[in-house]
Ligand binder design. Structure first.
Ligand code: SF4
Ligand code: SF4
Length: 311
């Protein structure tokens, strides 16, 4: 658990989200994650530290960044435009201050609980009418459990409910403490792969702690009904019959009743490039395969199944 902190790095705050829990929600994306999912949709939020992000389409070619950088890390290539040498860059953000076009920017902004809630509170009327609220996402909230605990409590005082979006890879006590809070109404709980070998290969960590934590929440009277399993569907990685059957069997065994499927999309590739890295491209399962999985989980396992990101 992190030390008590006044502010936290927030990648973005997305208003009017309708796929991050019930109703209309404001989703707060925190920076920092212990997993390294190779298909990550928000790769700019993996590193817990501040980063410089480059949005090349906004660049007007003024050259201010080249002149401003105290470390000589920025150059102008006739073909590629502004090039950042990430080995030289120490993320001082001087170039971002000088970039009028905001083509260079910090990935995240330090924000206090009060600042986050001031934005979230603007939509309280929508939450009240739709059973919505705030969703804390990331990155991974368990890296910032103490801050998130304070955020949930303060939201509760203002009559706002909270949905947690977690990968489940973190301290069980912290997870339980956050999950049991009364104004936490839903827990979006990621299941990348029930097969540990696949999990290790594609996320960098074992799924054992994640499954243990899921079992713990499913066995607790105060948290069981809040659970919604979230499964990214990556073609050829975790959409096999074997993995789907074993996932369904686990839900049936421990009593998870709701599952959301998230078919892969490739938006992470450009985001990763913009913070100075590369991400490989995966395959989205076909519509037929997604429907097969949906029908299987609905009719064979009796789960409530949602498919997110569908047009
Ligand atoms: S963040 Fe600082 S060191 Fe990095 S490119 Fe910008 S000015 Fe240079
Ligand atoms: S300061 Fe911004 S707009 Fe100007 S060249 Fe650099 S990145 Fe492009």
């Amino acid at each position: 658990m992190s030390h008590t902190q006044n502010s936290i790095l927030v990648g973005s705050i997305q208003k009017f989200s309708i796929e991050d829990g019930p109703g209309i929600r404001t989703t707060v994306f925190l920076k920092g994650c212990p997993l390294r999912c190779r298909w990550c949709h928000n790769p700019e939020l993996i590193d817990p530290r501040q980063q410089l992000i480059q949005l090349p389409n906004s660049c007007i070619g003024c050259g201010c960044c080249v002149r401003a950088c105290p470390r000589g890390a920025v150059s102008m290539d006739p073909e590629e435009g502004v090039v950042i040498d990430r080995d030289k860059c120490d993320v001082c953000l001087v170039c971002a201050d000088q970039c009028y076009a905001q083509s260079l920017r910090p990935v995240a902004k330090p924000m206090t609980i009060e600042e986050i809630l001031r934005i979230a509170e603007q939509d309280k009327g929508f939450y009240d009418n739709t059973k919505g609220g705030i969703t804390v996402s990331g990155g991974e909230l368990l890296l910032h459990a103490e801050f998130v605990s304070g955020l949930i409590d303060e939201a509760g005082k203002r009559g706002i409910s909270v949905c947690l979006d977690t990968c489940g890879f973190g301290d069980p006590e912290a997870l339980m403490e956050l999950s049991r809070k009364e104004n936490v109404t839903d827990i979006l709980y990621d299941m990348k792969s029930i097969d540990d070998e696949v999990h290790r290969k594609y996320t960098g960590v074992s799924n054992r702690l994640i499954i243990d934590n899921l079992r713990m929440l499913a066995a607790d009277g105060k948290t069981a009904d809040k659970l919604i399993m979230r499964m990214p569907l990556i073609g050829g990685v975790n959409d096999s019959d074997d993995i789907i059957r074993r996932t369904g069997a686990l839900c049936a065994e421990i009593g998870v009743k709701r599952v959301n499927l998230l078919p892969y999309h490739s938006l992470g590739i450009s985001k990763k490039r913009n913070v100075g890295g590369t991400q490989e491209e995966f395959e989205q399962p076909s519509e037929e395969r997604i429907s097969e999985i949906e029908i299987y989980l609905k009719h064979e396992i009796n789960l409530q199944v949602g498919v997110l990101g569908r047009a």
